[in-house]
Write a protein that binds this ligand. Structure first.
Ligand SMILES: Nc1ncnc2c1ncn2[C@@H]1O[C@H](COP(=O)(O)OP(=O)(O)OP(=O)(O)O)[C@@H](O)[C@H]1O
Ligand SMILES: [Mg+2]
Length: 229
């Protein structure tokens, strides 16, 4: 009887821990310079390919929260990568400002062979095992998921692992490429709240007006710069 009672108790604890609520809190780095980035007649595209855009002249300043919208394939991801210097412009320039601590959430990423614990530990080697587990749990992942390989997790669970990395570095500008894509309602609401509270600048690619309209104060429509139509 007493053993059964103990077991019953254990199960309750286990169940309570099985539905962790996501709690997202971004960490702020020192303030960035006034200009986050500026493009000068930036034409985006890929090697030898035809240009995806007309010359783009846009400027983002410290503290601004901007949504980038436009249909599939218009060049939103390519624009973010070009701004970050991950893709060379076909012509023109994208100049990054001073004292930037960027946090980049990629739209698509190959999933790693690592377990979630290894994945976070690789990024934050100074964390204790407890800190790694609690950082992942705060992103809404269960113990079972935390101990699994990243590649076997669902799209939403993998997004939470990637958000976990972003939440635990100090940033002053977030470049988020469709961060809500696989997220459930709770995680999406919590992410919206965290982004509203975030002190840095945000460049957010998103297809969901109910999300970006409550986060961003400006909207850039990439279709205006597209050569594709
Ligand atoms: N590595 C690449 N090499 C050549 N072309 C590419 C490459 N990546 C993307 N493209 C092409 O460039 C165009 C713009 O792609 P991009 O990923 O920037 O669109 P997007 O606006 O982000 O679309 P989505 O809303 O679907 O994410 C598309 O036509 C795409 O097929
Ligand atoms: Mg994209």
């Amino acid at each position: 009887m007493s053993r059964q009672k103990k077991l019953d108790k254990m199960e309750v604890i286990e169940l309570a821990a099985e539905r962790p609520k996501p709690e997202f809190f971004f960490r702020n780095a020192r303030a960035a310079g006034k200009v986050i980035f500026e493009t000068e007649d930036l034409v985006i595209g890929y090697d030898q390919g035809r240009p995806l855009s007309k010359p783009i002249n846009l400027r983002m300043e410290r503290g601004e929260k901007i949504a980038i919208v436009g249909t599939n394939g218009i060049g939103k991801t390519t624009f973010l990568k070009s701004v970050l210097g991950l893709i060379k412009p076909l012509s023109g320039k994208a100049k990054l400002g001073d004292y930037l601590y960027p946090g980049y959430f990629e739209q698509e990423m190959g999933a790693s062979e690592n377990s979630c614990i290894e994945e976070i530990w690789e990024t934050f080697p100074a964390f204790s095992q407890y800190e790694v587990r609690s950082a992942l749990a705060k992103c809404g992942l269960t113990t079972k998921h935390i101990e699994s390989k990243v590649k076997v997790l669902s799209g939403g669970e993998q997004a939470k692992v990637r958000l976990c990395k972003l939440l635990n570095v100090e940033t002053n500008v977030l470049l988020l490429d469709e961060p809500t894509n696989h997220l459930d309602v709770d995680a999406k609401e919590e992410l919206k709240r965290a982004l509203q509270e975030y002190k840095g600048a945000i460049l957010l690619v998103c297809h969901e007006p109910e999300f970006y309209e409550q986060v961003a104060d400006q909207i850039w429509n990439m279709e205006e710069y597209s050569l594709l139509q």
